[in-house]
Design a protein around this ligand. Structure first.
Ligand code: PLP
Length: 383
């Protein structure tokens, strides 16, 4: 129950153990076609250029940057946690000129600050931001930020590594131009694949580039020889066949549950976990209106060694929760409720384990109410 990878669904592990066939085998190619429509469903898009990059979420990020940016391009990058900083690094390495908008860690990106930056830099080509900041649990308003970017003539690159499948994300309705995600969070697959999707404006920007993308492996004009579809698929790289079986199964599971139901499950279980954590006396980092259901960041009680608590949870109960990063190191815990890990059983397990360990550490927390508070919410929601 950390910030990812989440627990992998047994059906996914089973799918990954199937025989490894060739990456151009007709059965595999049929699965690739299905994969595209399954990803289109997960992203809520009709974008033709939708595929899983054969590498982790960071490579999804890099795919967006190296294909959309050219040397000298201006890009407004928003940072309210670890991953906005990684976006800026990507922009710099493309020879682009990043303009950084910083937000306090734990807060969502402020659209007014973005508007001011876009007005001050009217030649900006791209606005890049993280929808669900895993390092803090803050959700930024991707719809508003995207509309703002379009009003100022820019494209958007949106990081949805932690949002895909876990909270509302509507690529076409919101008009997102380029989006990337990861397999290991709310899709509950193993790490190592990065679903990406590019809308018509992004595709036009890619096809009218003046310079070659700096990356051979991630250059979409080459990747599409394999993922482009139809009968003309050709070798680009040896696809991670078994990992793709896993992602396919993860997406089948998502369609069986239904995307809206998955969003609702994450939200309901977050409410139950929140009720329990607050009954213990723990406080959330992120303001309520911007809280991600799938990543619950709470302050460590005064005087408590946060790393010792995490070690004890792991030793005694086999339960992993995450630490704070950067300026939040030592100050918060990050409790993930992602995909298959987002279950009533885990909510109750985590609350009772955390409560017991905090009691033994003489933490200034309340004992005896957390599980009841969560149970009440769970039964009210019909779990
Ligand atoms: N972006 C966000 C918001 C993430 O949470 C992560 C990983 O946790 C990444 C990007 C990078 O993904 P990966 O670690 O799969 O490369």
């Amino acid at each position: 129950m950390g910030p990812g990878p989440s627990d992998v669904h047994p059906r996914i592990l089973e799918a990954m153990s199937r025989p490894t066939i060739g990456h151009l085998d007709p059965a595999f190619v049929a699965m690739m076609d299905q994969m595209k429509s399954l990803l289109q469903y997960a992203f809520q898009t009709k974008n033709d250029l939708t595929l899983p990059v054969s590498a982790p979420g960071s490579a999804g990020m890099e795919t967006c940057f190296v294909n959309l940016l050219e040397p000298g391009d201006k890009v407004v990058v928003c940072q309210n946690g670890v991953f906005g900083g990684r976006m800026r690094e990507n922009a710099e390495r493309c020879g682009a000129v990043p303009i950084l908008i910083e937000e306090e860690w734990g807060q969502p990106i402020d659209p007014e600050k973005v508007e001011r930056a876009l007005k001050a830099h009217p030649d900006t080509r791209i606005l890049a931001f993280v929808h669900a900041e895993t390092s803090t649990g803050a959700c930024s308003d991707a719809e508003t930020l995207t509309r703002l970017a379009h009003r100022h003539g820019c494209l958007v690159i949106v990081d949805t590594v932690t949002s895909l499948g876990g909270c509302p994300l509507k690529v076409d309705e919101w008009g997102i131009d380029a989006v990337y995600s990861g397999s290991q969070k709310c899709l509950s697959c193993t790490p190592g694949l990065a679903p990406v999707s590019f809308g018509p404006r992004a595709v036009k920007a890619i096809t009218t580039r003046k310079t070659k993308s700096q990356s051979w492996f991630l250059d979409l004009s080459l990747v599409m020889s394999y993922w482009g579809g139809g009968t003309k698929r050709a070798y680009h790289h040896t696809a991670p066949i078994n990992a793709l079986y896993g992602l396919h199964e993860a997406l089948v599971i998502l369609t069986e549950e239904g995307l809206e139901n998955s969003w609702r499950r994450h939200f309901d279980l977050h409410l139950a976990l929140r009720a329990g954590l607050e009954a213990m006396g723990l406080r959330f980092l992120v303001p309520e209106e911007a809280r991600l259901p799938q990543l619950n960041a709470v302050f460590v009680p005064n005087g408590i060694d946060e790393a010792a608590v995490r070690s004890e949870l792991l030793r005694r109960y086999g339960l992993e929760i995450g630490a704070g990063l950067g300026p939040l190191a030592g100050k918060i815990w990050r409790i993930g409720l992602m995909g298959f890990s987002a279950s009533p059983r885990n909510v109750i397990f985590c609350l009772s384990a955390l409560e017991a360990v905090l009691k033994d550490f003489d933490a200034p927390t309340t004992v005896g109410h957390a599980v009841l508070a969560a149970q009440e919410l769970l039964s009210a929601k019909g779990y």
